[in-house]
Design a protein around this ligand. Structure first.
Ligand code: AMP
Length: 392
């Protein structure tokens, strides 16, 4: 599909509304991870260099938290090396904001307040979409992380603006994820982990049509253990998903996909960072014990399975990586991926956090900025935020 990109736009003297994903983690009002801000810079710099009047917008946190984007304006000013005027207004777009935008000069940058302060935002209601459009000649969507949501600032606004395009970050995300799915260099291996089968079942089924090997670890592996006929003690288990796990095992066989499940697991008697632990075979989890990581043998099997891979996609940690004692499986796979000379893609969310936390972020070909969006893309679903720009 041909995308409208910012390279095709003439922005000089125009008001360009850019939807970014500045949904950054905050502790006591301080930003603890600026990756999403840094990822937005290429688009902003290009529009500034071309003489656009750049008006940025984003959501931040859950609507009920009513968080302010003020700290993001400060961080952005530093990264851009020019002032970013923060248009603090709980209405997000008001007459005052319209006036301030009207006074902007070419190459200046402003940031609107958190779009979720407007109750219409998440419902994609016209009033707020029109308000956003009233301060823009051109709309650019660069927020991959929210492209799977049809909100005013991602979809609705495109109906009321003359011209729309996707930004560089959105293009990059679609390029890497799209190439991996549509035309992967083989062998193509997917690693899926994280807490729940239910969150990932659609992507697992879709990937079974594409991959040569599928590795499953993390909390969701225990539902597969039960499907194999084992008991799992106090480990995470989704009883109602055992039939899905069985289906995945049968589908993998039918499609000739090598499915790798943990053969051993690290278990504890309590869920805590300093709990005593031991490794047991997948068939040997006793009552009162729960699995928090893949075991040593599994680490070897999984890392060997990656050696000849030319494309690897990873979504979801292999264990409770937040506790160092149970981050070893996740660490082993991150290390193996870092050494791989093929294309290595991290599908956002907790896997991105894990890889960055473990210090391998810059060794990957691509780390997606959108956990939910990348999962929906890999499930084969159209992303409303991208569709809206194509069809505008
Ligand atoms: P997700 O967002 O679905 O990718 O899940 C990530 C979360 O799964 C992380 O917070 C991990 O701590 C958690 N997780 C991974 N493995 C396990 C496990 N064996 N038991 C409990 N939680 C796990």
């Amino acid at each position: 599909m041909k995308k409208k990109t910012i390279d095709n736009l003439k922005v000089k003297g125009k008001r360009v509304l850019v939807r970014c994903d500045f949904n950054v983690p905050l502790i006591d009002g301080a930003i603890t991870d600026e990756n999403r801000i840094i990822a937005a810079l290429p688009t902003i710099k290009k529009l500034v260099a071309d003489g656009g009047r750049v008006i940025l917008c984003s959501h931040l946190g859950k609507p009920e938290k009513k968080l302010s984007l003020a700290p993001v304006a400060v961080s952005l000013s530093g990264h851009l090396g020019q002032p970013v005027k923060f248009l603090a207004d709980n209405q997000v777009v008001s007459d005052c904001v319209r006036k301030a935008v009207g006074e902007m000069k070419d190459g200046e940058v402003a940031l609107l307040e958190n779009t979720r302060l407007r109750k219409e935002e998440s419902k994609n209601e016209e009033a707020f979409s029109k308000d956003l459009a009233s301060i823009a000649d051109i709309y650019v969507n660069d927020a991959f992380g929210t492209a799977h949501r049809a909100h005013c600032s991602t979809v609705g606004v495109t109906s009321f603006v003359a011209e729309s395009a996707v930004g560089y970050l959105m293009e990059k995300e679609l390029k890497f994820l799209g190439a991996a799915i549509e035309n992967p260099v083989r062998p193509f291996v997917a690693i899926l982990g994280g807490a729940k089968v239910s969150d990932k079942i659609l992507v697992i089924k879709e990937l079974l049509n594409k991959v040569d090997k599928l590795i499953i670890g993390g909390g969701m592996a225990y539902t597969f253990f039960v499907a194999q006929g084992h008991t799992v003690g106090d480990s995470l288990l989704e009883v109602d998903r055992v039939k899905d796990a069985k289906e995945v095992m049968e589908l993998a066989k039918a499609k000739g996909v090598e499915l790798l499940l943990p053969v051993d697991t690290v278990v504890t008697q309590e869920f805590s960072a300093d709990a005593a632990y031991k490794t047991v075979p997948s068939s040997g989890i006793e009552d009162g014990w729960g699995g928090l990581d893949i075991g040593e043998k599994t680490r070897e099997i999984f890392t060997s399975a990656l050696k000849d891979a030319k494309t690897i996609i990873w979504n979801g940690p292999m264990g409770v990586f937040e506790f160092p004692n149970f981050a070893k499986g996740t660490l082993a796979l991150a290390q193996e991926m870092a050494e791989n000379t093929g294309t290595t893609i991290i599908g956002g969310g907790d896997s991105a956090a894990a890889v960055n936390q473990l210090g391998y972020g810059d060794k990957m070909t691509h780390i997606s900025t959108g956990g939910g969006a990348s999962l929906e893309f890999l499930e084969g679903k159209a992303l409303p935020g991208v569709e809206a720009v194509q069809n505008a």
